[in-house]
Design a protein around this ligand. Structure first.
Ligand code: GTP
Ligand code: MG
Length: 197
């Protein structure tokens, strides 16, 4: 799929205020600093469409981007960022949970995990919560440029072993690097197929 147009639409912290079109949408979620906003920029080929930062906690709202005038990409705040206050953490959690629970336009979620790290309880718990709530998701491994191919294979296997303890099959997954443009065609092709159905 060719991305011809990518436009910022709206940011907010209330699922009721998200665009009320019926366009299909795809949301990126994962720990703070995992690379959600960078991945959106890589996929759309726009360097600073979504705001990125070396410091975790950059994205604080639900951000809608309209792609090719017929579907939405959604950039979300990260979870698990220790330095935000308890009350703002609660607010985040609330609107993220509401987004996933009530956003009917959501076709699938992409849960991003840093390929360098062992499976973390917070990510596994989030995937489990999506599963329990019937929300389809795929896993996106990020920052693949940071590891050798053999280590990538090993780390994906670690995930597979843990996930198979509570899922019947390994969820769909993608290996990506936003800095090296890895995984772009595969991911866009996957979205294109879902849009066609
Ligand atoms: P929050 O909005 O804070 O939740 O973070 P985020 O998940 O949107 O992460 P963001 O895209 O802002 O990237 C965080 C940091 O990781 C930045 O310094 C990026 O340059 C870096 N980064 C993101 N993707 C990659 C990647 O594929 N490879 C490398 N090496 N660095 C990356
Ligand atoms: Mg972000």
């Amino acid at each position: 799929m060719q991305i011809k147009t990518a436009e910022f639409v709206v940011s907010n912290s209330d699922v009721a205020k998200c665009p009320n079109s019926r366009l299909p949408e795809y949301a990126f979620i994962g720990r703070s600093n995992v690379g959600k906003s960078s991945l959106i920029n890589m996929l759309t080929g726009r360097k600073s469409l979504a705001k990125t930062s070396g410091k975790p906690g950059k994205t604080q709202l639900i951000n809608h981007f309209l792609i090719n005038k017929n579907w939405h990409l959604v950039d979300l705040p990260g979870y698990g960022y220790a330095r935000v206050s308890k009350s703002s953490k609660k607010t985040f959690q609330k609107f993220i949970t509401q987004y996933f629970s009530f956003r009917e336009q959501l076709v699938t979620a992409f849960v991003l995990v840093d390929i360098r790290h062992k499976p973390q309880p917070i990510d596994l718990e989030f995937m489990q919560w999506l599963g329990e709530n019937g929300i389809p998701f795929s896993i996106i491994f990020t920052k693949a440029d940071k590891l050798k191919p053999s280590a990538i294979t090993r780390h994906v296997e670690d995930y597979r072993n843990i996930l198979l303890e509570f899922w019947e099959a390994m969820p769909n997954y993608f290996i990506t690097s936003s800095s090296k443009d890895i995984g772009k065609e595969e991911l866009l092709g996957y979205i294109d197929n879902l849009n066609a159905n």
